[in-house]
Design a protein around this ligand. Structure first.
Ligand code: PLP
Length: 264
């Protein structure tokens, strides 16, 4: 068999995350977003959630060995240029992903803890386990609540977001994007902190409850752009722009609040 010439091969991205049967968040949102952003999405499913637009009915964790087998099957065959993590659910899974960070040229850690519906997606005793994964991350993308858990700094304004981001960089992350969606204010201000720089990204706040999948969509878009070779600022800026469009065109599919659009 002849392999495609390298220039025609799409850049490959990997998502390690939970399945959302409702299609608005999790692996389903990740793959749609990666496709929309020009990367070929591969996946390792960590948990299978039974959920719809109203909330999570149940959640079933896959054995750690099966999660490892998926990651290895992908890494064994594909030239993965960037990976992201979403719902990891337990400290065992967080530790498992930590074993592969050396094989991932770029790693975006979206420290998913609670769904927009309020359902927990991470066991409370697993919060501390994120320390090593944060230290290995190219980028960590917490919302204000997740940043508070990870750093002890509770962001209530832009300055706090910056302080939490600086703390995450001190903890070893190459960069932190502390998201402003849960921070009060007329505009949403996301703050990107690296060792040398602080950048802010500002968008008008959209009055909507269809925010399901927003974190997944943003982190997947950034991962896809990194896989395509964008630098960090370009990748983050493009991801934020995609999400800003996605919240304006929510997917109204179900009785509960819809999700953000993944492909506009
Ligand atoms: N991963 C899964 C499997 C989920 O079901 C959810 C939310 O319900 C999330 C991640 C987090 O979603 P969001 O992008 O809204 O933070």
């Amino acid at each position: 068999t002849t392999r495609q010439a390298a220039p025609d091969r799409p850049p490959v991205a990997l998502t390690i995350a939970g399945s959302d049967s409702g299609g608005g968040a999790g692996i389903q949102a990740d793959l749609k977003t990666m496709e929309a952003c020009g990367a070929f999405g591969t996946s390792a499913v960590t948990s299978v959630t039974a959920q719809n637009t109203r909330g999570v009915e149940s959640s079933h964790r896959l054995p750690t060995s099966e999660i490892a087998a998926q990651i290895e099957a992908v890494l064994d065959d594909f030239d993965v240029r960037a990976a992201k993590t979403g719902m990891l659910a337990t400290s065992d899974v967080i530790d498992l992903v930590g074993e592969y960070t050396g094989h991932l040229p770029a790693l975006v850690v979206d420290p998913v803890m609670v769904a927009a519906s309020g359902d927990r997606l991470l066991e409370p005793d697993a919060e501390d386990a994120y320390e090593d994964l944060v230290a290995a991350a190219t980028l960590v993308t917490p919302n204000a609540d997740e940043a508070a858990v990870l750093t002890g700094v509770e962001p209530e304004d832009e300055a706090d977001c910056r302080a939490a981001g600086e703390r995450l960089v001190e903890m070893g992350a190459d960069a932190a994007l502390v998201k402003g969606g849960h921070v009060p204010g007329e505009a949403v201000v996301d703050v990107l902190v690296t060792e040398e720089t602080v950048e802010t990204f500002r968008h008008p706040r959209v009055d909507t409850d269809a925010t399901h999948g927003s974190g997944c969509t943003l982190s997947s878009a950034i991962t896809a752009h990194l896989a395509r070779g964008a630098d960090l600022t370009e990748a983050v800026s493009s991801g934020i722009d995609l999400l800003a469009r996605g919240v304006r065109y929510p997917l109204d599919v179900g009785e509960g609040p819809g999700s953000v659009h993944h492909m506009v």
